[in-house]
Ligand binder design. Structure first.
Ligand code: MLT
Length: 355
């Protein structure tokens, strides 16, 4: 399956790690390491006993976010990075590497040194890109080690403050009557917002004009300013604006209504039960990263997902950490594989491709 993307060992196109990091536009949030109390908070990362991990982590770690700062992937990353930094006893720098629906960042990390210092936070786009991009320069299953799943986030279909429709039914009718002028914001081919838009088109039979951004952070800003009409985005980006009335909410893409947004109907209630998607997130390091390093990152992830601030913050944003038994490399790999299989025929049937 998709062997065309695979590279043989030794073909890794590896730029110097520090050099490429320095050349990227980044917003670089430094998360101060917790230095006291607890076996995992020393600069040596808790005093490992050698092996392939050596004293990992000795240096700061960079978490690469494949979309814009201030968006939903960025929000989830920063939430879990803080307790992970404390647990690992190092700084974690969060860097946004936008472009091509998340594939620019994934390609970069696939080509980094397999030393655990460059960690990718990606979402469902990791499983849709192989079908959407005929020339994808990496294989999600072959070119990475999975660290663990992080969270699954519902999506919401939202409209700009002055967009005419007030309900999902009105939205479908209005879009159908105004196809030449209505605009739909997304974060490019491979983004969750693009996938949700594709499902919207499939469910309604409407072909909407897309306006791509480098993340739904800036897309939401334009939606709030009435510069685009509607979008589908994760609750981690939309909940506060829905609750404050700053955007119109038409539906949530889960089988049940969610606690954070009890007044927003489900897509099933709105009459489009096939429009269901949750955006799962996971952490990745380059293929060949020693198992002991993956284990250290995974152990820190598991601690972070039990952190009360992470749990409370995600609950406020309509979601939750995955259970501990899903925050494992094995569960993550299985889920990634299953999702590649799930989305491939749906995307192929749509005819959408980045090629
Ligand atoms: C997406 O649409 O994939 C995300 O919302 C992108 C982002 O995190 O900005």
């Amino acid at each position: 399956m998709r062997n065309a993307f695979a590279r043989t060992p030794g073909e890794r196109r590896t730029p110097p790690r520090r050099g490429i990091a320095a050349s990227l536009a980044s917003i670089g949030l430094l998360l101060a390491a917790c230095q006291g109390g607890g076996s995992g908070a020393s600069a040596s990362g808790g005093g490992g006993d050698g092996g392939e991990a050596g004293n990992y982590p000795e240096d700061q770690i960079t978490f690469i976010v494949p979309f814009s700062a201030g968006g939903p992937t960025d929000t989830v990353t920063r939430l879990v990075a803080e307790p992970m930094a404390a647990e690992l006893g190092v700084e974690i720098v969060v860097q946004n590497v936008e472009g091509a629906g998340g594939t620019v960042a994934a390609e970069q990390v696939a080509n980094e040194e397999p030393d655990g210092y460059q960690v990718l936070m990606h979402h469902i786009g990791m499983s849709t890109a192989p079908t959407l991009y005929p020339d994808l320069p990496y294989d999600p299953l072959e070119d990475f080690e999975t660290v663990g799943l992080v969270t699954e986030v519902p999506m919401t279909i939202v409209g700009s403050p002055n967009f005419e429709p007030n309900t999902f039914e009105e939205l479908v009718a209005y879009v159908g009557d105004n196809l030449d002028t209505v605009t739909y914001a997304n974060a490019g081919i491979g983004a969750a917002s693009q996938l949700c838009g594709l499902l919207f088109e499939e469910a309604t039979g409407l072909d909407v004009t897309e306006v791509p951004y480098e993340g739904t952070g800036p897309a939401l800003d334009d939606l709030l300013g009435d510069q685009v009409d509607f979008m589908c985005d994760q609750t981690t980006n939309t909940t506060e604006n829905i609750l404050s009335g700053a955007v119109k909410a038409y539906a949530v893409t889960t089988p049940e209504r969610i606690d954070a947004l009890p007044d927003v109907p489900t897509t099933e209630e709105a009459g489009v039960p096939d429009l269901q998607v949750s955006v799962w997130h996971g952490l990745y390091v380059p293929a060949g990263t020693p198992a002991e390093i993956v284990e250290r990152l995974n152990a820190a992830l598991k601690v972070a997902l039990q952190d009360q601030n992470v749990i409370d913050s995600l609950a406020d944003l309509g979601t939750a950490p995955v259970p501990q038994d899903r925050a494992t490399p094995e569960a993550h790999t299985q889920h990634l594989s299953d999702q590649i299989e799930l989305w491939a025929p749906i995307i192929e049937a749509s005819g959408v491709t980045a090629g």
